[in-house]
Write a new protein. Structure first.
Lengths: 182, 123
């Protein structure tokens, strides 16, 4: 029984080497792995592996009744390029079309905020030198403390096109969301 | 990328054409649970004989990222020359395990509760 725990690791190490072949392989290789996976959908959903899946699920937590790869993959829609999943994590300036920037820096999603699944809106009050478009200061109106620093840091680097803002104060809202294309 | 797996679940091995000497083919299904995304991951390893070689197919089904529950399937295949599935399994011979004993062990050590602490109750 104990030896069975070593079986999967030994087989994959023999065939694919000691490293996890699916992790950190780069975008191109990852996409190739995903395309190979997509081709296996008919076989995976044929029921061939369902007895194994059912037994694996039975030994774990959860309440999945009648486990099958067909039901697991019912929502599967094909490969996702890594860049797409990353792009969806870039915070968005709301109403961006209302502003004209000569230099724009997208805020970064702080790793800790992502890990803690913190999302929401950050409202900033900017003072802008209208003639040059430079952001003189950026202050927080509202927002989660784990989100606001990156918003302020980005906004301080923005430069509006000269004379493109009518007032020397500009209120902006940046939305931090964790989502992906469904 | 993170790869911290909190729970490694049951593995199930189905051997066909099995004798105590070892299987002529087998697969392993694993279900994993990550503490970094509260999401499940699956792996299938399928070993088949092809002449004097073994062909090993390895599949991973996982969320696209910890922030994106949409599933991806990754797969690859390798050929191990001049080794039968039994030789690939080596000393981890699934055919040496009695099915009834395996089932009993899985039932005995089944994860019955959540892996995390239940919500705190104010008193």
């Amino acid at each position: 029984m104990v030896q069975l725990w070593g079986l999967a690791g030994e087989v994959t190490a023999t065939a694919f080497g000691p490293d996890d072949i699916f992790q950190d392989r780069g975008e191109e290789v990852d996409l190739a792995l995903q395309r190979a996976g997509e081709r296996l959908v008919p076989e995976l959903t044929s029921g061939r592996y369902d007895i194994g899946l059912a037994a694996a699920v039975k030994g774990n937590v959860g309440t999945w009744k009648n486990p099958s790869f067909r039901s697991l993959l019912a929502s599967y829609r094909g490969p996702i390029p890594e860049a797409e999943t990353k792009a969806s994590l870039v915070p968005q300036l709301l109403n961006a079309g209302a502003y004209r920037f000569s230099h724009f820096v997208a805020p970064k999603y702080a790793a800790l905020a992502m890990q803690a699944r913190i999302r929401g809106k950050v409202a900033l009050h900017l003072t802008v030198r209208s003639a040059t478009g430079e952001v003189h200061s950026a202050s927080i109106v509202s927002g989660h403390p784990l989100l606001t620093p990156s918003a302020v840091e980005a906004a301080r680097q923005w430069r509006f096109e000269p004379n493109s803002v009518s007032s020397e104060t500009v209120n902006v809202i940046i939305e931090y969301d964790l989502r992906c294309q469904q | 990328m993170f790869w911290r797996l909190l729970t490694i679940a049951t593995m199930v091995i189905l051997a066909q054409g099995a004798e105590l000497a070892g299987p002529s083919e087998f697969y392993v299904v694993s279900q994993f649970f990550s503490d970094n995304g509260a999401l499940f991951y699956y792996r299938v390893i399928d070993v088949k004989q092809d002449g004097s070689d073994s062909v090993i197919r390895y599949v991973r089904i996982a969320p696209a990222s910890v922030h994106c529950p949409r599933l991806i399937i990754q797969a690859t295949e390798a050929r191990v020359r001049d080794k039968s599935p039994a030789q690939v399994a080596g000393r981890n011979n699934p055919c040496a395990v009695k099915p009834a004993a395996l089932r009993a062990a899985l039932d005995r050590y089944r994860q019955r509760g959540g892996v995390f602490e239940p919500s705190a109750t104010a008193s």
